[in-house]
Design a protein around this ligand. Sequence first.
Ligand code: UDX
Length: 454
Amino acid sequence: MNKPQKICVIGGSGYVGLITGLGLSEIGHEVVNVDIDRARVDQLNAGKSPIYESGIDVVLRRNLHNGRLRFSTDLQSSVKNSQVVFVTVGTPSLKNGQIDLSQIIEVANQISSGLNEYKIIVIKSTIPVGTIELIKSILNEKAQQDCFDIVSNPEFLREGNALKDFFFPDRIVLGGDSDKAFSILRYIYKPIINREVSIKGIQNISKETDPVPVIQTDIASAQIIKYASNAFLATRISFINEISGICEQVNADIKEVANGMGYDSRIGHSYLEAGLGFGGPCLEKDLRALINTVDQDKYQTDLLQAVLDKNDRQVASVVNKVEKLLDTNLYNRTIAVLGLTFKPETNDIRNSLAIRVTNELHKRGAVVQSYDPVVNNEILSVDPNLKPCDSAYSAAQGADVLLILTGWKDFLHLDYKQIYSNMSNPAIVDSRNLLVQSDMIELGFKYVGMGASR
Ligand code: UDX
């Protein structure tokens, strides 16, 4: 690294902001992460991450210690003292499917007062196409002409793999219209682009040796690259779930089918795990936003809508499996739910399909005893439909069905003999195809997975 850049990350204690700040300071820049949440800012300055993510604490403490990273609530002076401002604030969905832009508009207003000299504003938050024009107009109200450039630099971070994805990305996308801004961002990302990053404890699994591809394009195309990538991943998941349903009809094994498909180099193995479907804060939200990008009277996005509809049906299909296995309705039956996060290796329950399943079980009169290896019981106790337990064994105590909703590896190593003897009716519905059917049947369980997986 030649000369570190002074960088400010707004929304810096949120998921994307925190990873961005950690990553940029780790590769040598001077970073201040700004957030309005004082409690989180204090916690982070004390070296404790509010987010569960592999490797995060080590990188956080190292960069706090070497002075390249700090956390602050003072947006104005942080912006003034920075050359590049990354915007990573949340853009949640509203009930009508539109995106709530209030945080981003507020931030744009505040940044505009801090534009004392030329700065690059980098938008990492996923915002609908057209919104960057809105940000530009807000900034232009107070800023002098030519005082800033805007670049769209979408993130492709998977929770649980976020630091790896930051340091070893498949590509970096830059959308804008300023060569000066492009070259400064290329400079900022240089150690990553040139694959010079080596971090103890964070393994690079990429076999690529060529520089990371940087796609320089216009703003709208950069934004659509992000939306279309997430929509494509969601489509693969709904597709494999559709095939999984067909497998159940003809007694073919979806795991074998997905594996056989994946060896085709045009298809590949990833995002072909059939199961409960896609949850989490991004895939569904981005898919809805992409659908809302166009006026449906002028252009119908039927395929994308079908991907969403298929995913919505997965919840009912899993609950129906529980009911079918019990051969009765769920009223007063006890269901032990294992796993509540939207996927393993994260503590995030935002838009978790597991929570939607427990709500549906509750609606049908079931008693839910739940366990998750990382979600704090205090968080769960706010949901009256969940009875949080301290272990998988206590969740299974007296249960009529054990229902696996998140594919935590921990659940592979449970003592299923003990679970068998604790349940009042030893039956398993495995919505993530985590366990081996024959092993469970040998122990005496009734077992149902997804897509006749064996
Ligand atoms: C996603 C995108 O992958 C990432 O690039 C983007 O920046 C943010 O959104 P994330 O939300 O962390 O990342 O989750 P991801 O790992 O993509 O999984 C999403 C959901 O799909 C999870 O609920 C997961 O369990 C499910 N899934 C994933 C499947 O059901 N089958 C699969 O084969 C893969």
